[in-house]
Design a protein around this ligand. Structure first.
Ligand SMILES: [Fe+2]
Length: 466
């Protein structure tokens, strides 16, 4: 439809006004009532929890009331008060009090209730359940980058994941939770999207490059956003200076190791520092399974690169110590595969690598040789289940469709029997991405036709085309 020039200009103006208005509406402020309440752990996940939240600066106390949950409603009369730490901090021009508390010596397989705040400004009562030591297995949720439009478009991912898997022991976020880590509005969106799920299921956070902000005084011109350490209370058992971004914990028979790949990329010294720490953890690992998480992928689903330079520090360790899963983000698509020499093997030694994406920003894929299954232009999440010597990873599209499922069986010698579990509805999702949020994607016809050819080769490899 042809419109008069000045009419078009009015529409543009209206759009701009609308954008400004909605941005202001989403300018989340700290208040007297607690906000951004998030459950996690710093010490043993079996017996402890940390609770972190923010308020305005008139609230001076970090108080949590808690007890073993009961069906009666007289919780306040019977609850215990525990006090924690309050830190005043300013980021993105917004000053707030960040509060954190620790609950320790928790009983296993028990539902607890808690609320945070002060008289007249309490949160609602939340509930969480501790580990069931008798149960053979457990499951957790793995989400790739949220990063953009967290409120509008990422909310459905975390809500769908939780709705389908409410028993999940925790949610693992693979970094780039927001686009600008010093922007309080973006964290406001992230917390609004997760809502009470954040306060009821422990959240385990991996730092991505977007959690780092510009700082000309630092070695590489960036530093971790101040919001990170104030907003989350995570383990401090990593290399010196990397508490809460490089850490580990054991959950039942799994060792989880979180690396700060952004820090590793600063220099060879930084890479070596985390590699040395990682090797100690892998060499003295009493657990049957090992899952490592870092934001930057060492097997890439983008461009022609094999992966980031940290691969040369990490992959030899993954192979030597037979790491089982490596969970990654950053490349805004789904890719699942193994080291080039292990692709297609029924029994293998090294990890299964994942790249994933839970938010709306989309990249294309390179259909690299390591990739055994892929999907692009989709939001998705994963449910990982570990029970004895069996580990399964289910990949769900955000609408709840099961897209991919694999099983690993651990042999006594540490190697794995690999099986892709056939699914009924597994239509390949290979639409060229549209919502790139300004990313540098080659949209030329020449590239698109190469992409089509590679997509056909991939389909052939999967036995879907003659
Ligand atoms: Fe990233």
């Amino acid at each position: 439809m042809r419109l008069p020039k000045n009419y078009k200009a009015s529409i543009v103006l209206l759009c701009l006004v609308f954008q400004i208005t909605t941005a202001q509406d989403r300018d989340y402020h700290p208040a007297k009532n607690p906000g951004r309440i998030i459950l996690s752990w710093e010490k043993d996940p079996a017996t402890s929890r940390t609770i972190t939240w923010w308020t305005d600066t008139t609230i001076l106390q970090a108080q949590v009331q808690w007890l073993i949950s009961d069906a009666s409603s007289d919780l306040p009369a019977r609850a215990t008060s525990t006090y924690g730490r309050t830190v005043k901090a300013t980021a993105g021009g917004k000053t707030a009090h960040f509060h954190s508390t620790h609950l320790v010596d928790l009983d296993p397989n028990t539902v607890y209730a808690y609320r945070v705040g002060v008289e007249g400004h309490w949160s609602e009562w939340f509930q969480f359940k501790t580990i069931d030591r008798q149960a053979l297995g457990f499951n957790f949720l793995y989400l790739g980058d949220a990063q953009n439009d967290m409120r509008s478009l990422w909310a459905r991912t975390i809500r769908q994941a939780y709705t389908q898997h409410p028993q999940a022991s925790f949610v693992l976020h693979l970094g780039d939770m927001v686009d600008h880590a010093d922007n309080p509005g973006e964290w406001g969106e992230w917390f609004e999207a997760g809502g009470w799920i954040m306060a009821s299921v422990p959240q385990v956070l991996v730092a991505g490059n977007h959690e780092y902000v510009r700082d000309p005084s630092s070695q590489d011109g960036t530093r971790l956003s101040e919001y990170w350490r104030h907003t989350f209370t995570l383990p401090l058992n990593g290399p010196p200076g990397l508490g809460e971004t490089a850490y580990y914990f054991d959950y039942k028979n799994v060792r989880f190791i979180v690396l700060d790949s952004r820090d590793m990329l600063i220099s060879e010294d930084h890479s070596q520092r985390q590699a040395d720490w990682l090797e100690k953890l892998l060499a003295n690992n009493p657990q049957k399974w090992t899952i490592v998480s870092h934001h930057h992928p060492i097997y890439s689903s983008r461009g022609n690169r094999k992966g980031y330079s940290i691969a040369e520090y990490l992959q030899p360790l993954y192979d030597k110590y037979k790491v089982d899963l490596v969970l990654q983000g950053h490349h805004h698509s789904f890719a699942r595969g193994r080291a080039f020499e292990e692709v297609g093997q029924a029994e293998h030694q090294g990890p299964v690598y994942y790249v994933s994406n839970s938010g709306p920003k989309m990249y294309d894929t390179n259909f690299a040789g390591w990739i055994e299954r892929t999907a692009i232009n989709v939001q998705l999440y994963h449910n990982v289940e570990v029970a004895g010597d069996r580990l399964t990873v289910e990949t769900y599209l955000v609408n709840g469709t099961l897209y991919d499922q694999i099983e690993l069986r651990k042999k006594p010698n540490g190697s794995k029997l690999f099986r892709e579990i056939p699914l009924e509805r597994t239509e390949e999702r290979l639409d060229f991405p549209r919502a790139t949020y300004g990313a540098d994607i080659d949209t030329s016809q020449e590239y698109k036709s190469t992409f089509k050819k590679r997509a056909l080769e991939y389909m052939k490899k999967r036995g879907l085309r003659e």
